[in-house]
Design a protein. Structure first.
Length: 83
């Protein structure tokens, strides 16, 4: 394995009838990785809630090292309207 997986810890917890999730990952590229992880774990919360009858609660993402790869800069500038 070239790099260890970015997702180091995932914790689900129930408070009342709400299911929440906290994820810690060692690193994430902000152009592709972080948005994908947010969408994926949010969807996972909804899927688990659908099966268990719970309501979706919070999703918390903590990242140790955020970065933007050089080859993503131009596309990200376009997304935020800087071009």
């Amino acid at each position: 394995m070239a790099l260890p997986p970015c997702h180091c810890m995932v914790q689900f917890y129930v408070s009342g009838k709400e299911l929440s999730c906290q994820v810690y990952q060692r690193a994430a590229d902000m152009g592709l990785g972080a948005p994908y992880n947010i969408a994926s774990y949010s969807l996972l919360i909804y899927m688990i809630c659908r099966v268990t009858g719970l309501q979706p609660g919070e999703f918390i993402l903590a990242i140790g090292d955020t970065h933007i790869y050089a080859n993503h800069v131009e596309g990200l500038r376009e997304q935020v309207g800087e071009n």
